[in-house]
Design a protein around this ligand. Structure first.
Ligand code: ADP
Ligand code: ZN
Length: 366
Protein backbone atom coordinates (compact mmCIF):
# COMPACT_ATOMS: atom_id res chain seq x y z
CA UNK A 1 0.00 0.00 0.00
CA UNK A 2 1.51 3.31 -1.12
CA UNK A 3 0.73 6.88 -0.22
CA UNK A 4 0.97 10.12 -2.15
CA UNK A 5 0.27 13.51 -0.67
CA UNK A 6 -1.48 16.30 -2.49
CA UNK A 7 0.24 19.41 -1.14
CA UNK A 8 -2.31 22.17 -0.86
CA UNK A 9 -1.44 23.84 2.43
CA UNK A 10 -4.17 23.25 4.97
CA UNK A 11 -6.21 21.40 2.33
CA UNK A 12 -3.43 18.81 1.77
CA UNK A 13 -4.59 15.20 1.73
CA UNK A 14 -3.27 11.66 1.23
CA UNK A 15 -4.03 9.25 -1.62
CA UNK A 16 -3.60 5.64 -0.53
CA UNK A 17 -3.23 3.09 -3.34
CA UNK A 18 -2.94 -0.70 -3.25
CA UNK A 19 -4.67 -4.04 -2.92
CA UNK A 20 -6.80 -4.17 0.23
CA UNK A 21 -6.77 -0.44 1.03
CA UNK A 22 -10.48 -0.62 1.77
CA UNK A 23 -9.85 -2.99 4.70
CA UNK A 24 -7.94 -0.15 6.39
CA UNK A 25 -10.52 2.50 5.68
CA UNK A 26 -11.53 3.17 9.29
CA UNK A 27 -7.91 3.73 10.33
CA UNK A 28 -7.24 5.92 7.33
CA UNK A 29 -10.29 8.04 8.12
CA UNK A 30 -9.14 8.50 11.67
CA UNK A 31 -5.65 9.49 10.46
CA UNK A 32 -7.29 12.00 8.13
CA UNK A 33 -8.97 13.66 11.10
CA UNK A 34 -12.42 12.12 10.78
CA UNK A 35 -12.88 10.67 14.25
CA UNK A 36 -14.93 7.55 15.07
CA UNK A 37 -18.37 8.36 16.39
CA UNK A 38 -19.01 10.77 13.55
CA UNK A 39 -21.71 10.15 10.98
CA UNK A 40 -20.60 8.89 7.59
CA UNK A 41 -22.83 9.09 4.56
CA UNK A 42 -21.76 6.53 1.94
CA UNK A 43 -23.05 7.21 -1.58
CA UNK A 44 -22.69 4.55 -4.25
CA UNK A 45 -24.47 3.31 -7.38
CA UNK A 46 -26.63 0.33 -8.25
CA UNK A 47 -23.82 -1.65 -9.89
CA UNK A 48 -21.29 -1.09 -7.14
CA UNK A 49 -23.63 -1.58 -4.19
CA UNK A 50 -24.02 -5.37 -4.56
CA UNK A 51 -20.23 -5.75 -4.90
CA UNK A 52 -18.74 -3.48 -2.28
CA UNK A 53 -21.33 -1.67 -0.17
CA UNK A 54 -22.09 -4.23 2.49
CA UNK A 55 -18.50 -4.94 3.49
CA UNK A 56 -17.58 -1.25 3.34
CA UNK A 57 -20.43 -0.34 5.66
CA UNK A 58 -19.50 -3.20 7.97
CA UNK A 59 -15.83 -2.17 8.11
CA UNK A 60 -16.73 1.40 8.91
CA UNK A 61 -19.33 0.42 11.51
CA UNK A 62 -16.78 -1.84 13.20
CA UNK A 63 -14.41 1.13 13.13
CA UNK A 64 -16.88 3.04 15.29
CA UNK A 65 -18.60 5.24 12.70
CA UNK A 66 -22.35 5.77 12.44
CA UNK A 67 -22.84 4.78 8.82
CA UNK A 68 -25.74 5.61 6.50
CA UNK A 69 -25.86 4.95 2.80
CA UNK A 70 -27.63 6.03 -0.35
CA UNK A 71 -27.72 4.20 -3.69
CA UNK A 72 -28.08 6.19 -6.91
CA UNK A 73 -28.78 4.83 -10.41
CA UNK A 74 -25.67 3.82 -12.37
CA UNK A 75 -24.58 6.10 -15.20
CA UNK A 76 -24.11 9.74 -16.04
CA UNK A 77 -27.85 10.47 -15.51
CA UNK A 78 -27.24 10.24 -11.77
CA UNK A 79 -25.26 13.49 -11.91
CA UNK A 80 -28.52 15.48 -11.95
CA UNK A 81 -29.99 18.18 -9.76
CA UNK A 82 -32.90 15.83 -9.03
CA UNK A 83 -30.65 13.14 -7.55
CA UNK A 84 -28.60 15.82 -5.81
CA UNK A 85 -31.79 17.02 -4.13
CA UNK A 86 -32.63 13.47 -3.05
CA UNK A 87 -29.19 13.22 -1.44
CA UNK A 88 -29.75 16.51 0.41
CA UNK A 89 -33.15 15.31 1.61
CA UNK A 90 -31.69 12.05 2.84
CA UNK A 91 -28.77 13.83 4.51
CA UNK A 92 -31.17 16.09 6.41
CA UNK A 93 -33.49 13.23 7.30
CA UNK A 94 -30.72 11.17 8.86
CA UNK A 95 -29.48 14.25 10.68
CA UNK A 96 -26.05 14.81 9.13
CA UNK A 97 -24.35 17.84 10.65
CA UNK A 98 -21.28 19.94 9.91
CA UNK A 99 -19.06 17.30 11.48
CA UNK A 100 -20.38 14.48 9.32
CA UNK A 101 -18.56 13.25 6.22
CA UNK A 102 -19.71 12.16 2.76
CA UNK A 103 -17.96 9.13 1.30
CA UNK A 104 -18.09 8.40 -2.43
CA UNK A 105 -17.81 4.68 -3.15
CA UNK A 106 -17.64 4.44 -6.93
CA UNK A 107 -16.38 5.84 -10.19
CA UNK A 108 -16.33 9.33 -11.58
CA UNK A 109 -20.10 9.73 -11.54
CA UNK A 110 -20.51 8.89 -7.87
CA UNK A 111 -17.39 10.91 -7.01
CA UNK A 112 -18.52 14.07 -8.79
CA UNK A 113 -22.06 13.87 -7.44
CA UNK A 114 -21.11 13.05 -3.85
CA UNK A 115 -18.33 15.64 -3.89
CA UNK A 116 -20.72 18.33 -5.03
CA UNK A 117 -23.19 17.30 -2.33
CA UNK A 118 -20.38 17.49 0.26
CA UNK A 119 -19.22 20.85 -1.08
CA UNK A 120 -22.65 22.39 -0.63
CA UNK A 121 -24.31 20.60 2.28
CA UNK A 122 -24.34 23.14 5.09
CA UNK A 123 -21.80 25.16 3.05
CA UNK A 124 -19.39 22.25 2.92
CA UNK A 125 -18.60 19.14 4.93
CA UNK A 126 -15.77 16.60 4.81
CA UNK A 127 -15.53 14.41 1.73
CA UNK A 128 -13.78 11.09 1.18
CA UNK A 129 -13.22 9.29 -2.12
CA UNK A 130 -13.08 5.53 -2.42
CA UNK A 131 -12.68 5.09 -6.20
CA UNK A 132 -13.79 1.81 -7.77
CA UNK A 133 -12.85 2.53 -11.40
CA UNK A 134 -9.54 3.03 -13.11
CA UNK A 135 -10.79 6.22 -14.72
CA UNK A 136 -11.49 7.67 -11.28
CA UNK A 137 -7.74 7.94 -10.63
CA UNK A 138 -8.17 11.08 -12.65
CA UNK A 139 -11.46 12.47 -11.37
CA UNK A 140 -10.84 11.64 -7.69
CA UNK A 141 -7.74 13.82 -7.52
CA UNK A 142 -7.95 17.56 -7.90
CA UNK A 143 -11.15 18.55 -6.17
CA UNK A 144 -13.36 19.25 -9.17
CA UNK A 145 -16.91 18.18 -8.31
CA UNK A 146 -20.11 18.80 -10.24
CA UNK A 147 -23.51 17.78 -11.45
CA UNK A 148 -24.84 18.22 -14.98
CA UNK A 149 -27.43 20.63 -16.31
CA UNK A 150 -29.56 19.46 -19.26
CA UNK A 151 -27.74 22.11 -21.31
CA UNK A 152 -24.23 21.12 -20.32
CA UNK A 153 -22.01 18.63 -18.54
CA UNK A 154 -20.43 19.59 -15.19
CA UNK A 155 -21.94 23.07 -15.37
CA UNK A 156 -23.03 23.21 -11.72
CA UNK A 157 -19.94 22.56 -9.70
CA UNK A 158 -17.32 23.55 -7.19
CA UNK A 159 -13.76 22.94 -6.10
CA UNK A 160 -13.90 20.78 -2.97
CA UNK A 161 -10.82 18.77 -2.03
CA UNK A 162 -11.33 15.40 -0.33
CA UNK A 163 -9.81 14.69 3.07
CA UNK A 164 -8.64 11.34 1.80
CA UNK A 165 -8.59 9.16 -1.30
CA UNK A 166 -8.49 5.42 -0.60
CA UNK A 167 -7.85 3.50 -3.81
CA UNK A 168 -8.24 -0.24 -3.49
CA UNK A 169 -6.92 -2.01 -6.59
CA UNK A 170 -8.83 -5.16 -5.55
CA UNK A 171 -12.06 -3.35 -6.40
CA UNK A 172 -10.96 -2.87 -10.02
CA UNK A 173 -11.10 -6.55 -10.95
CA UNK A 174 -14.89 -6.50 -11.42
CA UNK A 175 -14.83 -3.63 -13.92
CA UNK A 176 -16.28 -4.37 -17.37
CA UNK A 177 -13.47 -4.56 -20.00
CA UNK A 178 -14.57 -1.41 -21.75
CA UNK A 179 -14.39 0.57 -18.51
CA UNK A 180 -10.89 -0.80 -17.95
CA UNK A 181 -9.75 0.39 -21.37
CA UNK A 182 -11.40 3.75 -20.81
CA UNK A 183 -9.50 4.15 -17.55
CA UNK A 184 -6.20 3.36 -19.22
CA UNK A 185 -6.79 6.20 -21.67
CA UNK A 186 -6.31 8.73 -18.84
CA UNK A 187 -3.39 6.74 -17.42
CA UNK A 188 -1.70 6.96 -20.83
CA UNK A 189 -2.62 10.65 -21.02
CA UNK A 190 -0.73 11.31 -17.79
CA UNK A 191 2.36 9.75 -19.43
CA UNK A 192 1.93 11.64 -22.68
CA UNK A 193 1.69 15.05 -21.01
CA UNK A 194 4.49 14.69 -18.47
CA UNK A 195 6.67 11.61 -18.49
CA UNK A 196 8.01 9.79 -21.55
CA UNK A 197 9.54 7.05 -19.39
CA UNK A 198 6.08 6.28 -18.00
CA UNK A 199 4.80 5.84 -21.57
CA UNK A 200 7.63 3.38 -22.25
CA UNK A 201 6.81 1.54 -19.03
CA UNK A 202 3.13 1.35 -20.06
CA UNK A 203 4.17 -0.06 -23.44
CA UNK A 204 6.31 -2.70 -21.76
CA UNK A 205 3.73 -3.73 -19.17
CA UNK A 206 0.52 -3.62 -21.20
CA UNK A 207 -0.19 -7.33 -20.80
CA UNK A 208 0.44 -7.52 -17.05
CA UNK A 209 -1.59 -4.41 -16.37
CA UNK A 210 -4.56 -5.67 -18.33
CA UNK A 211 -4.35 -8.97 -16.45
CA UNK A 212 -4.79 -6.94 -13.21
CA UNK A 213 -1.35 -7.69 -11.80
CA UNK A 214 -1.78 -5.80 -8.53
CA UNK A 215 1.79 -4.71 -8.19
CA UNK A 216 1.77 -3.27 -11.68
CA UNK A 217 -1.64 -1.68 -11.19
CA UNK A 218 -0.51 -0.06 -7.99
CA UNK A 219 2.60 1.25 -9.72
CA UNK A 220 0.62 2.56 -12.71
CA UNK A 221 -1.92 4.34 -10.55
CA UNK A 222 0.80 5.78 -8.38
CA UNK A 223 2.62 7.23 -11.36
CA UNK A 224 -0.51 8.50 -13.09
CA UNK A 225 -1.79 10.07 -9.86
CA UNK A 226 1.64 11.58 -9.23
CA UNK A 227 1.41 13.47 -12.50
CA UNK A 228 -2.03 14.76 -11.65
CA UNK A 229 -0.93 15.64 -8.14
CA UNK A 230 2.11 17.55 -9.42
CA UNK A 231 -0.04 19.56 -11.80
CA UNK A 232 -2.88 20.21 -9.37
CA UNK A 233 -0.51 21.17 -6.54
CA UNK A 234 0.91 23.90 -8.76
CA UNK A 235 -2.42 25.10 -10.11
CA UNK A 236 -5.36 24.14 -7.92
CA UNK A 237 -7.92 26.34 -9.67
CA UNK A 238 -6.95 25.93 -13.30
CA UNK A 239 -5.38 29.31 -13.92
CA UNK A 240 -2.74 27.94 -16.28
CA UNK A 241 -0.71 24.76 -16.01
CA UNK A 242 -3.70 22.59 -15.08
CA UNK A 243 -5.02 23.03 -18.60
CA UNK A 244 -2.42 20.51 -19.85
CA UNK A 245 -4.57 17.79 -18.27
CA UNK A 246 -6.95 18.47 -21.14
CA UNK A 247 -4.80 16.75 -23.76
CA UNK A 248 -7.23 15.09 -26.16
CA UNK A 249 -10.20 16.56 -24.33
CA UNK A 250 -11.20 19.45 -26.60
CA UNK A 251 -11.53 16.93 -29.41
CA UNK A 252 -12.89 14.28 -27.05
CA UNK A 253 -15.65 16.47 -25.63
CA UNK A 254 -16.85 17.19 -29.17
CA UNK A 255 -16.96 13.46 -29.99
CA UNK A 256 -18.86 12.74 -26.78
CA UNK A 257 -21.32 15.59 -27.29
CA UNK A 258 -22.05 14.76 -30.93
CA UNK A 259 -22.64 11.10 -30.19
CA UNK A 260 -25.00 12.10 -27.37
CA UNK A 261 -22.65 10.66 -24.69
CA UNK A 262 -23.59 7.21 -25.97
CA UNK A 263 -21.58 4.85 -28.10
CA UNK A 264 -18.26 6.44 -27.20
CA UNK A 265 -17.35 6.67 -23.52
CA UNK A 266 -15.09 9.31 -21.98
CA UNK A 267 -11.81 7.40 -22.14
CA UNK A 268 -12.47 6.28 -25.71
CA UNK A 269 -13.24 9.86 -26.76
CA UNK A 270 -10.04 11.09 -25.09
CA UNK A 271 -8.02 8.33 -26.79
CA UNK A 272 -9.27 9.36 -30.24
CA UNK A 273 -8.76 13.00 -29.20
CA UNK A 274 -5.12 12.34 -28.29
CA UNK A 275 -4.54 10.81 -31.73
CA UNK A 276 -6.11 13.91 -33.29
CA UNK A 277 -3.95 16.18 -31.13
CA UNK A 278 -0.79 14.32 -32.16
CA UNK A 279 -1.71 14.55 -35.84
CA UNK A 280 -2.55 18.24 -35.50
CA UNK A 281 0.79 18.91 -33.80
CA UNK A 282 2.59 17.14 -36.65
CA UNK A 283 0.61 19.04 -39.25
CA UNK A 284 1.50 22.34 -37.57
CA UNK A 285 5.17 21.37 -37.41
CA UNK A 286 5.18 21.39 -33.59
CA UNK A 287 6.21 17.75 -33.34
CA UNK A 288 7.52 14.88 -35.44
CA UNK A 289 6.77 11.17 -35.40
CA UNK A 290 4.52 11.08 -32.38
CA UNK A 291 1.14 10.06 -33.75
CA UNK A 292 2.31 6.58 -34.74
CA UNK A 293 3.54 5.79 -31.25
CA UNK A 294 0.45 7.37 -29.69
CA UNK A 295 -1.75 5.12 -31.83
CA UNK A 296 0.32 2.07 -30.96
CA UNK A 297 0.18 2.46 -27.19
CA UNK A 298 -3.56 3.20 -27.24
CA UNK A 299 -4.15 0.09 -29.36
CA UNK A 300 -2.15 -1.99 -26.88
CA UNK A 301 -4.79 -1.04 -24.32
CA UNK A 302 -7.66 -1.89 -26.69
CA UNK A 303 -8.65 1.72 -27.16
CA UNK A 304 -10.11 3.14 -30.37
CA UNK A 305 -7.85 5.42 -32.40
CA UNK A 306 -10.41 6.55 -34.96
CA UNK A 307 -14.06 7.61 -34.85
CA UNK A 308 -16.34 4.55 -35.04
CA UNK A 309 -19.07 6.70 -36.65
CA UNK A 310 -18.73 9.57 -39.11
CA UNK A 311 -19.27 12.98 -37.49
CA UNK A 312 -19.81 16.29 -39.25
CA UNK A 313 -16.62 18.38 -39.30
CA UNK A 314 -18.46 21.73 -39.01
CA UNK A 315 -20.45 20.51 -36.04
CA UNK A 316 -17.29 19.26 -34.33
CA UNK A 317 -15.63 22.65 -34.89
CA UNK A 318 -18.69 24.43 -33.46
CA UNK A 319 -18.62 22.33 -30.29
CA UNK A 320 -14.88 22.82 -29.90
CA UNK A 321 -15.21 26.59 -30.17
CA UNK A 322 -17.86 26.51 -27.43
CA UNK A 323 -15.73 24.26 -25.18
CA UNK A 324 -15.56 26.03 -21.85
CA UNK A 325 -11.77 26.16 -22.09
CA UNK A 326 -12.05 28.20 -25.27
CA UNK A 327 -11.47 31.94 -25.10
CA UNK A 328 -13.56 34.23 -27.30
CA UNK A 329 -14.52 31.60 -29.87
CA UNK A 330 -10.88 30.79 -30.77
CA UNK A 331 -9.65 27.25 -31.02
CA UNK A 332 -7.55 26.38 -27.99
CA UNK A 333 -5.65 23.09 -27.87
CA UNK A 334 -3.21 21.26 -25.68
CA UNK A 335 -0.80 19.74 -28.19
CA UNK A 336 2.12 17.37 -27.80
CA UNK A 337 5.57 18.63 -28.81
CA UNK A 338 7.16 15.23 -28.07
CA UNK A 339 6.13 12.05 -26.25
CA UNK A 340 5.86 13.19 -22.62
CA UNK A 341 5.63 16.90 -23.38
CA UNK A 342 2.76 19.23 -24.23
CA UNK A 343 2.06 22.94 -24.59
CA UNK A 344 -1.07 25.06 -24.70
CA UNK A 345 -1.84 26.77 -28.01
CA UNK A 346 -4.48 29.47 -27.90
CA UNK A 347 -4.93 30.61 -31.46
CA UNK A 348 -5.04 27.64 -33.77
CA UNK A 349 -6.23 28.17 -37.35
CA UNK A 350 -9.29 26.26 -38.43
CA UNK A 351 -7.92 24.70 -41.61
CA UNK A 352 -5.42 22.20 -40.15
CA UNK A 353 -7.97 21.17 -37.51
CA UNK A 354 -10.48 20.55 -40.28
CA UNK A 355 -7.98 18.42 -42.14
CA UNK A 356 -7.26 16.27 -39.09
CA UNK A 357 -10.98 15.82 -38.32
CA UNK A 358 -11.78 14.90 -41.92
CA UNK A 359 -9.44 11.90 -41.68
CA UNK A 360 -10.54 10.65 -38.29
CA UNK A 361 -13.41 8.32 -39.21
CA UNK A 362 -12.26 4.70 -39.25
CA UNK A 363 -14.37 3.96 -42.29
CA UNK A 364 -12.83 6.94 -44.08
CA UNK A 365 -9.41 7.35 -45.63
CA UNK A 366 -6.58 6.31 -43.35
P1 ADP B 1 -15.90 6.56 -14.38
O1 ADP B 1 -16.37 7.92 -14.80
O2 ADP B 1 -14.88 6.60 -13.32
O3 ADP B 1 -15.61 5.61 -15.49
P2 ADP B 1 -18.60 5.69 -13.69
O4 ADP B 1 -19.10 6.15 -12.41
O5 ADP B 1 -19.15 6.27 -14.95
O6 ADP B 1 -17.06 5.87 -13.60
O7 ADP B 1 -18.66 4.10 -13.76
C1 ADP B 1 -18.59 3.38 -14.93
C2 ADP B 1 -19.49 2.17 -14.84
O8 ADP B 1 -18.84 1.11 -14.12
C3 ADP B 1 -20.79 2.39 -14.09
O9 ADP B 1 -21.79 1.64 -14.73
C4 ADP B 1 -20.52 1.85 -12.71
O10 ADP B 1 -21.69 1.42 -12.08
C5 ADP B 1 -19.61 0.70 -13.01
N1 ADP B 1 -18.65 0.37 -11.96
C6 ADP B 1 -17.92 1.24 -11.23
N2 ADP B 1 -17.04 0.60 -10.47
C7 ADP B 1 -17.20 -0.71 -10.69
C8 ADP B 1 -16.56 -1.89 -10.21
N3 ADP B 1 -15.53 -1.81 -9.37
N4 ADP B 1 -17.00 -3.09 -10.67
C9 ADP B 1 -17.99 -3.15 -11.59
N5 ADP B 1 -18.62 -2.09 -12.08
C10 ADP B 1 -18.24 -0.88 -11.65
ZN1 ZN C 1 -10.91 13.11 -18.80
Amino acid sequence: MKCLTVELGERSYPIWIGPGVRQKLADLLQQAGIAPGRKLFVVTDQNIAPLYLEDTVQLLTEGGYAVHHFIVPAGEEAKSLAIYEQIMTEALTIGLDRKSAFLALGGGVVGDLTGFAAATYMRGVAFVQVPTTLLAHDSSVGGKVAVNHPLGKNIIGAFHQPKLVAYDTNALTTLPPREVASGFAEVIKHGLIWDASFVTWLEENADGLQAFDHELLQAALLRACSVKVAVVSQDEREQGLRAILNLGHTFGHAFEALTGYKGINHGEAVAIGMVAAARLAERLGLAENISERTVRVLRQYRLPVALPVPLDVDEMLDVMRRDKKGEGGKLVFVLPTAIGKVDIYKNIEEEPVRAVLAELYEGGEA
